[in-house]
Design a binder for this molecule. Structure first.
Ligand code: SF4
Length: 311
């Protein structure tokens, strides 16, 4: 179910505490809720959280289901233009879709990303976008144009190369194969491309074979970096994921209870996992540095094209 709402601000400043490891300070979420339905979704908390942070003209139902009720911020473009056009705006990097995938099914209907990207082009504003949908290919030209003007980072999130498992885990996202193909397509633009290999799910997607397959495909796509991360389980996500396990992988309930006595996975598990990942990252010459390729592109002069001489 889609519900249109109005916002007073488009950009959300990320709290200082959660900024420590992030290369950006601003988030832009066009939608609230996400129709991809990933059973490990870290953002389920945000339906309640955003309710307190933003004032909507339409009173939303409390505790609505993150996957089933998606709010569409239909005045986001006007709100964004005000913020980008403000005298004190310093063209900081904006992370588009930090809480909800901007290319989720609702975007096929509303097409708001096209208008958002047109504004980013007008204001030459750097952006980071990560998605699990090949709908982003619709905006290939716009993103290519923006990448000629400023820094653009296009990343895809992949958890497994097993199509069946992916359908179970991420029912309405594009197949892993399609996600890799879109990375290949964006290589013809000046955008930085990356692989977000997260969350890695213990006993489901953490086999060395799966990790290696993902990294080898990312290397074939010539991504600029790969960012792995282990599943974190708290609040709504924890409840939902344990229900998912009970239904689909009941034998994993006890091992998960042991591994996740807190929000993060057990330390020994993480140390072992990173012990497997490190040599694989080295084998495929994969940088784990999120920001380096972006900084490099910021400093690199734009390559001249034939059209520059014809004007
Ligand atoms: S794509 Fe991201 S925001 Fe959407 S359901 Fe999946 S994990 Fe959540």
């Amino acid at each position: 179910m889609l519900e249109e709402i109005q916002v007073t601000k488009a950009l959300n400043k990320i709290k200082a505490t959660s900024r420590i490891t992030l290369p950006y300070r601003w988030d832009l979420n066009i939608y609230r809720g996400c129709g991809h339905g990933c059973n490990y979704c870290y953002a389920m908390y945000s339906h309640n959280y955003l309710e307190k942070k933003e004032k909507y003209s339409s009173a939303g139902e409390e505790n609505c289901a993150f996957f089933r009720r998606v709010y569409v911020k239909n005045n986001i473009v006007e709100a964004l233009e005000k913020q980008l056009g403000a005298r004190n705006w310093k063209k900081e990097v904006i992370n588009i879709g930090g809480v909800c995938d901007s290319y989720q099914p609702a975007e096929a209907k509303y097409g708001l990303m096209r208008e958002v990207l047109a504004l980013m082009i007008e204001y030459k504003n750097p952006v980071i976008i990560s998605t699990k949908s090949d709908l982003i290919l619709r905006d290939h030209e716009l993103l290519g144009e923006l990448a000629e003007l400023t820094c653009v980072n296009v990343a895809v999130t992949v958890t497994t190369t097993d199509e069946k498992l992916s359908t179970l885990l991420e029912p309405l996202a594009s197949s892993p194969e399609k996600r890799f193909s879109l990375l290949r397509v964006f290589k013809d633009t000046a955008a930085v491309t990356g692989l977000h290999m997260m969350p890695i799910l213990p006993f489901l997607t953490d086999s060395p074979e799966n990790l290696e397959k993902i990294l080898s495909l990312a290397a074939e796509c010539k991504v600029d970096y790969a960012l792995p991360g282990v599943l974190y389980l708290r609040g709504e996500t924890r409840k939902h994921f344990f229900n998912f396990l009970e239904l689909n992988f009941p034998k994993l309930l006890d091992p998960y209870r042991k591994l996740y006595s807190k929000g993060g996975a057990d330390r020994t598990y993480k140390a072992e996992l990173y012990g497997v990942l490190k040599p694989l990252m080295e084998k495929y010459h994969m940088s784990g540095d999120y920001m380096k390729p972006m900084k490099t592109k910021f400093l690199r002069p734009r390559q001249l094209k034939l059209t520059d001489f014809l004007e």
